[in-house]
Design a binder for this molecule. Sequence first.
Ligand code: PDD
Length: 309
Amino acid sequence: MTALTWGDLPAYPCYLGRGDQGHFTTIDQAQVSVMDRGFIFGDGVYEVCAVYDGKPFQFAQHMARLNRSLSELRMPNPYSSDQWQVLIEQLIATDSIAIDAYSIKANDRKGLKNALIYLQITRGVALRDHAMPKAIVPTVFMMRSPLPMPTSQARAQGVACITADDFRWQKAHIKSTSLLGAVLSRQLSVDEGAAETVMFRDGFLSEASSSNVWVVKNRTVIGVPKDHLVLEGIRYGLIEEMCKGCGIAFELRRISRDEVFAADELLLSSATKEVLAIAQLDGKPVGSGTPGEIYKKLYAAYQAAKIAA
Ligand code: PDD
């Protein structure tokens, strides 16, 4: 991935709100209370949405998942989807704040039409008490930064991943800001110089630390069921649609560790990876050891979907 440096970050625009009241500012100016339950408990939810050519990709699907996560945490959504859309459009349009005030490098300006939107809603500010306070105003934070893309080498050669036990909690379907399980999991692959950690629960595939995992066998794309043990990535629906469009069989079912290691191809998917081929797992080649035919078809279909959106 192309790295965003901390040096650039303060200049990027963000939105900070309490309930339905908020304002646009820059990351270095935004402040929240240390008593925010997001800070104290990780009590919040988030979304990460790619923006292509100025438009949030799969926006309706992100909003639907945000509402599902919020309802699991018994939190209200301070905005309707239409209000979110307006706020996100404004955030995308606030180039002048970032460029004029801090003179962002010229090559970042070109990238402004492609961007990454991160948004989170925490339960709000309260005295520290595990119980959910009754009258509390949610804190909203949203930022826009450059879109990190897999390198051309990762696209051409695929990436190496490692495996680990899935030691996270049993509510992985909630896109919660409590991400310590994901942080610990991801660090295992960082330690090995690998791109992701592919996790197994009781010998069955779940997902990677911040991506979904897809097995390709005999020209069928197989994913794990959308249950509480994995996050339903926005690409679940998209990959199913793209498979349909490309005449590739698609199914969701439990997948054993042996099946993962016997795959013809393995793919990762996420907002930033789009679809990405895994070339090696625990040091062993996946299939031919290079990105396969199904990956190439899905990657091409993905690029077409971005243009058509
Ligand atoms: N991560 N599974 C997990 C645990 C994730 O954190 C993510 C996304 C995905 C893929 O979801 P989607 O297709 O909606 O991006 C699957 C984001 C990108 C993140 O936390 O930065």
